[in-house]
Design a protein around this ligand. Sequence first.
Ligand code: URA
Length: 442
Amino acid sequence: MVSPSWIIQKKRDCQELKSSELKAFIRGIQSGDVADYQATAFLMATYFTGMTLNETVALTEAMLESGERYDLSHISGPKVDKHSTGGVGDKVSLILAPLASACGLKVPMMSGRGLGHSGGTIDKLESIPGFNVNLSSEKFQSVLAHIGCAMTAQTEKIAPADKKLYSLRDVTGTVECIPLITASILSKKLAEGTEFLVLDVKVGSGAFMKTRGAARNLAKTLIQVAKKLNLPCRALLTSMNQPLGYAVGNAIEVRESIEILKNEKNEEFSSTDLKELTLQLCAQMLNLGGISRTIAEGRKLAQLRLADGSAWQVFIDLIQAQGGDPSAIIDSKKIPLAPIEVQWKAKKRGFISRMDTEEIGKILIGLGGGRKKLSDSIDHRVGLAFHKKLGAKIQIDEPIVTVFATDSQDLPALEASFHTAVEISRARKSVPKLVFENYTMR
Ligand code: URA
């Protein structure tokens, strides 16, 4: 192999890397010939200089080839997955996988852990007692065939290079990078064997892409690379200008998802944006997979399967099939939250006009709900339950959020950050749309 430092220098100096060079570098990361500090230097060089489309395709292929690729052709039905580019309070996958499956799709879902300030589906699922997120290939395929969806983390065998780079990016400031996000997402999706993909490209204060222009570039790159690698896909550009739904944190987001799946109204939460986005993404999946002729027809089917309890039943079956304790989800209050409960209250009256959603994600990490370095373990029980969303009227001393913590020591500093992150203004400001644009592969 060419020397790793030579490849790093070439990237640093904005020279296009050949496919063979990128592939050798990724193989070296796996074999240990490329040290973690060299992998990190390469990530940082890529962060600053970017990649051409050819390089991004080669990186995606290299990461895909680092492990096995599942062949799901023996499982009947269209296989359609959804992946989000990362946000705060984004628990859509937990509701969407069983819902899409209840509508007739097969959903092979391979997800990640928290990345940077954003949450990860795998961390959330691990707050369900007993639930196994490390499925072998055989188990993943058998759960998919029998239940209609399966949710797993990467194993050492499937896109292991992404697993390694993902955790390095998480703690080295190299997350917000279009080619790295593209290769990370698409290598996993190609490896899991899905036939179609719907992408939820987040934009706004809590997304990796803060502007519409940057999010559009990410969506276009994802679609171009997917096209080159023969994976039909669509992308929606959706708002991450406030947490999705009301809950932020691992266990508490599972509770909120259960409430939607069970069709419970105004128990702990009453999310409309979360349910709406889930329905829209499901409608896209159903249309892309050929179950519905139009998006509107797909949406109707999704609404029906949510309302008649079929999606909830699939979720119970999924939890059971993956070793989880169904009694914990049937009574979701059995999924424990952290013992210290405090409210952070408005310091003035007015309207919630802006949220620095990335900062809210960092507050969760500060509570122990995310990782600051690779070896950190997380506390699934900590979290935030919002009482107010953007546009809401608020009185002085009215609670904006209830916080669940295990340690009171850091709470004053975190509360100060929270008040900077959540702006209250005298006049009501318009709330950004939930879905801005959509892109289809041509
Ligand atoms: N999701 C992923 O799987 N990878 C990223 O880089 C971002 C979101």
